[in-house]
Design a protein around this ligand. Sequence first.
Ligand code: DGJ
Length: 720
Amino acid sequence: MAIRWLPDTRVWILETNHSAYALGIHPEGWLQHLYWGSRLVDPGDYPEPGHEYRGSSFDVGLQPEEYPAWGGTRFGDPCLKVAYADGCRDLRLEVRGHEIAADGHHLAIHLADPHAPYGLEVTLHYGLVPAEDIVVRHAEIANGGGAPVDLETALSAAWNLPPGAYELWHLSGAWGAETQVQRQPLAGPGEVLLESRYGHTSHAANPFFALSPVGETGETAGRVWFGALAWSGNWRIGVRTTNDWTLVAGGVHDFDFRWRLDPGEVWRTPAFVGGFCQNGLGGMSRRLHRYQRRHVLPAAPTPFRPVLYNSWEATYFNVTQEGQAALADRAAEIGVELFVVDDGWFGTRDHDRRGLGDWTPNPAKFPLGLGPLAEHVERRGMRFGLWVEPEMVNPDSDLYRANPDWVFHFPHRPRSEHRHQLVLNFAREDVRTHIFGVLDRLLASHAVSFVKWDHNRPWTEPGWPAAPAERQREVWVRHVLGLYEVLDRLRAAHPAVTFESCAGGGGRVDLGILARTDQVWASDNTDAYDRLRIQEGFTLAYAPRTMMSWVTHSPTWANGRQLSLEYRFHVSMAGGLGIGDDITKWSDEEMSRAAGLVAQYKDIRPLVQAGDLHRIQSPRASDITALAYVAEDRSEAVLFVYRHRTGPMHPHTRTSAWVRLPGLDPDARYQVEGERVRLYHGGDLGALRPVSGTALAEVGLDVGGLNGDYASRVLRVRRA
Ligand code: DGJ
């Protein structure tokens, strides 16, 4: 499992545990993609460079290139398009050499423009993650010449698929309905463009794709090629089909993009992670989750995400020390480990029209500062956390009054407000220095050990008048790099603090932000039933341990649906559990049921947060949703079953669901814990006998006790 160079054929073969990726040098000197799919037994079986589709004078530009640069006969999406200072925009790249790292897991291929005075050099990087069958790609573009070069497109990578007809799986939606699974056949020639031009990753689309051969792939079997971008700004993933050739090119969006590369400067693209597996969408998700847990997420101060309480839906802006202290008392009673004060604690923030940007405690709400509340929370055995929205400012704030130039704006143009706020320009060093200083002091002085970092509007009028005209469009990228820089500095200065990414719910979920935040607020829609679909899509690409999910009020504000406390908990327990209702209003009986559910969550938490997800029945498919988390060593599992409405009057379907439980060791025997559970034709399993992993996967369980609409069960399964 390593990277090999075959000098005779001038081919590189990158092998992971189950997949292979091959590329080589075409006789004309360009870098040719050769193969991506299952590992082949014999190295001689991999295709060799040289073959090219050529027909009439119009049948050109069909070369399967590894990193297409625009110039010559190229008509598709280029990865790289430049303008040289002399006006030439025709870019040629030739292979100049390569290095393979000593561990055999990293390849760097050096390309250069053959016209030496231009000095343009491109290095393509390939990192291998063998256990997860993943290749991590990025590019570095260096200007070794004497004049500036303008980058007009500079994508991270292009992925060539084997010839064939594919269907595309992706995640899109809207605020309150993020990460909805979309399945779309690539019906013929043309391009499907997944993208964000909102400045942030966006609710509308997510930088993730999966492609599977039409009709072949389902949840548990079939080939799937997949990828995700590590970028939290404008992005594009273009999936272009030409006859039976499919090319996926992605990276920072080239819409309104321009990057000036002065002599000696280097542009490094974000990573584009790609993978291949034969185990269907389930196999893909498990690989992505493990990859994120092992290689992407920052080292966390606590091994598992704590159970948190968040004040937003309980108090909105009506935050007071007494009110929060009362909530904290109740939160501690049910076993909460982290108490988070959301929006409304700072400046003059009594509503969303003012105060944003003034990150000091509101003196009327907190006369002695945040110290007393933080101590109150800590005395009850919980950690203390705060909400901030550092990239934003209300015009009605001291920060904006003192620094009106710090926001995105164009001269002679209005500054559009959304939620009465404007976007601070993190491309500016003075803005970053100010925000870092304010947050650094806040974290140092108030025993804050958790930060929820929000972002509540898209960017408009992205002007940066203080920058030279030829560099102003870099603001799209420089803001995101500035955000990363501030987060990285804060993490380094406060290693015990955990961070949650939020953008009005799940508007900033991607591998870039997950490299520097521990968890994500997946959606403002806290209706537990809607959430099943949001969570299904979220976990298609992202690790369940990052997906925060709160138990909130019933009927929910989102749609008035009434759901039992148990159903709401069971949905939230499938990710990182939080509670967000006004728990001072919960009855003693509700408090005691909630305490039991929190304790149950703590018991299954290692499985949910570090186990392998198996989707058993999709909320899109029927009235039953089922999923399981299985320990990596397959010694135990937890099964979640949700019935959305009571079944027809038949003894097997009225109040029960027949659910298979895959993913366990087929030969080991397991005990299912829980009442009213049967093998389909058998007796009470819990009381009777352990059964094999094969029986659980093939025969399945008859899970009873699903009475009425929106009923749910959580069952523990352990090796006997
Ligand atoms: C949007 C977030 O998604 C909510 O959870 C809450 O933090 C509000 N912002 C506060 O303004």
